[in-house]
Design a protein around this ligand. Structure first.
Ligand code: NAD
Length: 258
């Protein structure tokens, strides 16, 4: 099964965590990959290239519309256009609303929500021309339910679920689909920081903080893995998912079933 042979997937924030896991699974299906994100690029790039995929990297800052436009032009110049768009880049900040720094709010809304509007509007013309495309938004369980202390993140993730539904309706008669994946806890640097903060705040071990975080939200008491989320993205790209449109599918160990 390599139904993405010759197609191009752009995964924002694919230097780490979930984005990297998704990029690797899409690459295994034959897709060329446009990587994006901060930090070390070489090591994750090698992991994706190990699948045999062609990989290009663009370091656009997802909080900047102009840099996003440049990245989309780069993808077209390198591979002819984006067939699979995965909006994944994201950040977190935890504080109650009255203590939430306004610049943190703006950054979260820009990176976790506005960037997906820009990539989507710029990817759609090519997808419409081909009458095929997949837009996969990495939302969150926080796109479906809230947690205290995460106002900006929850607002951005609910927003991206709304964007997902709207884009799905606007493309409903075409070969383009738009869906969201809503993970529960995934043990990536984004979550490790929250675990470490909790351990420090409550003066408990990291192992204890990890256990408490899972117990609080996730009935399975297990993390979802980037590979599993990559598998879900592969399914959305498959012919079996041709008519799955505008959905927000949880992969959250039962978090939102409660
Ligand atoms: P991560 O910190 O491991 O990766 C985030 C990626 O986004 C990195 O590649 C980083 O460089 C990139 N990034 C951050 N700011 C950027 C910017 N301004 N421009 C370009 N790239 C930028 O985090 P992760 O856990 O893999 O998160 C990926 C996505 O999954 C996020 O949207 C997050 O909200 C979502 N998510 C994560 C979890 C979880 O438990 N880890 C759960 C639900 C949803």
């Amino acid at each position: 099964m390599s139904f993405l042979q010759g197609k191009t997937a752009l995964v924002t924030g694919s230097t780490s965590g979930i984005g990297l896991g998704v990029a690797i699974e899409l690459a295994k299906q034959g897709a060329h990959i446009v990587m994006n994100g901060f930090g070390d690029v070489d090591a994750p790039r090698k992991q994706i290239e190990a699948t045999g995929a062609k990989v290009e990297y663009h370091g656009a800052d997802m909080s900047k519309a102009g840099e996003i436009e440049d990245m989309m032009k780069f993808a077209t110049a390198k591979f002819g256009g984006v067939d699979v768009l995965v909006n994944n880049a994201g950040i977190q900040y935890v504080a109650n609303v009255e203590d939430f720094p306004p610049e943190r709010w703006d950054a979260i809304i820009a990176i976790n929500l506005n960037s997906a509007f820009h990539t989507t509007r710029l990817a759609l013309p090519h997808m419409r021309q081909k009458n095929w495309g997949r837009i996969i938004n990495i939302a969150s369980a926080h796109g479906l339910v809230a947690s205290a202390g995460k106002s900006a993140y929850v607002a951005a993730k609910h927003g991206i679920v709304g964007l997902t539904k709207t884009v799905a309706l606007e493309t409903a008669t075409t070969g383009i689909t738009c869906n969201a994946i809503c993970p529960g806890w995934v043990l990536t640097p984004l979550v490790q920081k929250q675990i470490d903060d909790r351990a420090a705040r409550e003066n408990i071990s990291v192992a204890q903080a990890t256990k408490e975080m899972l117990q609080e939200k996730e009935p399975s008491l297990q993390f979802t893995t980037p590979e599993q989320l990559g598998g879900m993205a592969v399914f959305f790209c498959s012919p079996a998912a041709d008519n799955v449109r505008g959905q927000a599918w949880a992969h959250d160990g039962g978090w939102t079933a409660q």
